[in-house]
Design a protein around this ligand. Structure first.
Ligand SMILES: [Zn+2]
Length: 284
């Protein structure tokens, strides 16, 4: 079942389930607290979804983030408990969408679980674009940081992917507030990475927001529950509640990318827990 938002038909596509360390997922929140909402496995990992968004309006077929793809080595796959094959392409096929039909790929940021599915690898380890006809869109600040080779960011990005993206496609770099296609705008939220973008779908007075990793799941609705990966934690603690307050006040749909229990919710303000998810759905 799709979410129909005016002219937009929004679907989520599985970019590959995986597991991340629970401590990394919840930053300064002690395990004694988070283990009651997200149950860790024997390696202290928790289940993470990877919901990419397919948005169609009759003129454009847009994919938001691409999951981790099918080219990671067995060791990485085991470490993160990644799904085999190419789940994103399987999910798109189930929706009747060929890779060639996607005309715009937008990235919230360029970490492996968001950019990996944008490229495929053949037996000779040559890379090619998964979506050969698509314009590829990245936030300007994100691109500058990812391609900077700064030593403090070296573990955050795969240089192979960043270099290949530059070589394989002419990237469109966007700024805060820029309209990517009519009815879809980028919003610079920072926090998780300095150039991290959320995306706003708007049509007929309705809004759906893909917050990306500034609020990757309903577990992260509270200010202090954020990822240890965040390079600017104070910015996350500042900007996330602002985004959620707007979502609550204006009745936005929120599309969670890493939530294993919900793909879409609205949010309400809550005295004790700051924000809570309502009207959640596990499928879309
Ligand atoms: Zn992520």
């Amino acid at each position: 079942m799709s979410l129909n938002l005016g002219n937009w038909q929004l679907d989520t596509v599985n970019g590959g389930m995986f597991r991340l360390d629970g401590g990394v997922m919840f930053g300064v929140v002690p395990q004694q607290i988070w283990k009651h909402v997200a149950i860790p496995d024997s390696k202290n990992r928790i289940q993470c979804a990877n919901h990419c968004v397919l948005a169609r309006d009759g003129s454009h077929t847009v994919l938001v983030d691409t999951g981790y793809g099918g080219k990671y080595a067995l060791l990485d796959r085991k470490f993160y408990d990644m799904e085999p094959g190419e789940p994103l392409l399987e999910g798109l096929a189930q929706l009747g969408v060929l890779p060639e039909a996607v005309d715009c790929v937008v990235f919230s940021h360029l970490h492996f679980d968001h950019v990996g599915g944008s490229m495929r690898q053949d037996a000779a380890k040559r890379l090619s674009l998964t979506f050969p006809n698509a314009q590829h869109v990245v936030g300007r600040i994100e691109w500058e940081n990812a391609s900077s080779c700064l030593p403090e960011l070296v573990t955050a990005y795969s240089s192979q992917e960043v270099i290949s993206l530059r070589e394989l496609t002419r990237l469109r770099l966007v700024e805060d507030g820029e309209e990517i296609v009519p009815g879809l705008a980028a919003r610079l939220t920072g926090g998780h990475t300095e150039g991290h973008l959320s995306f706003m779908f708007r049509s007929n007075g309705q809004t759906a927001c893909y917050p990306g990793d500034i609020c990757p799941s309903t577990y992260h609705l509270r200010r202090m529950w954020h990822l240890s990966y965040d390079v600017l934690p104070l910015e996350t603690r500042r900007n996330k509640p602002r985004l959620l307050a707007e979502a609550a006040d204006d009745g936005w749909w929120m599309l969670w990318n890493h939530d294993p229990t919900a793909v879409v919710s609205r949010v309400n303000r809550d005295e004790k827990r700051e924000f809570v998810a309502v009207d959640s759905s596990k499928t879309l």
